[in-house]
Write a protein that binds this ligand. Structure first.
Ligand code: DGL
Length: 263
């Protein structure tokens, strides 16, 4: 495996771009291939079996394109599929989970809120996370139906998006949460709305930078950190024209998005 081989990153859709941005900042020499599984988004209300099937298919595609490591830039897919992916692919496979541990360290009110998908909140992994790190604080969870779809459509500021955000953030505040975990990679793109709703004095925690650091550690361990010129490639299972507009906006620069072959 060559150090210049790309890192493969996937999500149910465009949300993982929030993680990809941290990876690009922290690892400027890594070539990146991103797969948005937008035709199958949201994953949040799919069965773990369906999510595992998609995760295997997308990872297979990325490995076939030469990926030297995989990043599951999706909390829901990590919960459902990370063990299987690590079994199937002999590469560093980096996943993510809601940042409960840092939130527990940050809270002063002793109440933290977790915004995530139903799939993540119902998973055994999330139960284990609470068991291991959530002791001694109150953890208020909130499933956020419809937010992923808003981000997929690029509706980051619409009144309807703001109203949905309000309906999910208010219950956390009324329970006394002073720390809110963004437990889905789509939500960092709604952080301005979430922060406006939460007000000053509420800390909002995103996991993207921690994932980029973990990728760096894993690549270092296996001697595969790149040092040359980096490229980026974007693929979608959804409509490439719509994806191209939304991904370019979220990535912060115009990019070309190709249609994923049927996987
Ligand atoms: N972005 C994803 C996550 O981090 C999945 C959202 C979804 O498709 O429901 O959980």
């Amino acid at each position: 495996m060559s150090v210049s081989a790309p890192v493969g990153v996937f999500d149910s859709g465009v949300g993982g771009i929030s993680v990809l941005r941290h990876i690009r900042t922290m690892l400027p020499h890594e070539s990146l291939i991103y797969c948005a599984d937008s035709a199958y988004a949201p994953y949040g209300n799919k069965s773990p079996e369906q999510i595992r099937e998609r995760a295997l298919a997308l990872s297979g595609f990325l490995v076939q394109r030469g990926a030297k490591a995989l990043v599951v830039a999706c909390n829901t897919a990590t919960a459902a599929a990370i063990a299987l992916l690590r079994e199937q692919f002999p590469l560093p496979v980096v996943g993510m989970e809601p940042a409960v541990k840092p939130a527990v360290a940050a809270t002063r009110s002793g109440v933290i809120g977790v915004l995530a998908t139903v799939g993540t909140l119902k998973s055994a992994q999330f139960a284990a996370l609470l068991e291991n790190y959530g002791k001694g604080v109150e953890v208020v969870t909130q499933a956020c139906h419809g937010l992923v779809e808003c981000v997929e459509r690029g509706e980051l500021e619409k009144p309807a998006t703001r109203a949905l955000v309000r309906s999910y953030v208010q219950p956390l505040l009324s329970r006394g949460a002073d720390t809110i975990v963004l437990g889905c990679t789509h939500y960092p793109f709604l952080q301005p709305l979430i922060a406006a709703e939460a007000g000053v004095g509420v800390t909002i925690i995103d996991t993207g930078a921690a994932v980029a650091r973990q990728l760096q550690r894993r690549l270092e361990e296996v001697g595969l950190l790149a040092d040359g010129k980096a490229t980026e490639a974007f693929w979608t299972s959804g409509d490439p024209d719509l994806s191209q507009a939304v991904i370019s906006r979220l990535w912060g620069a115009p990019v070309q998005v190709l249609r994923l072959p049927e996987v």
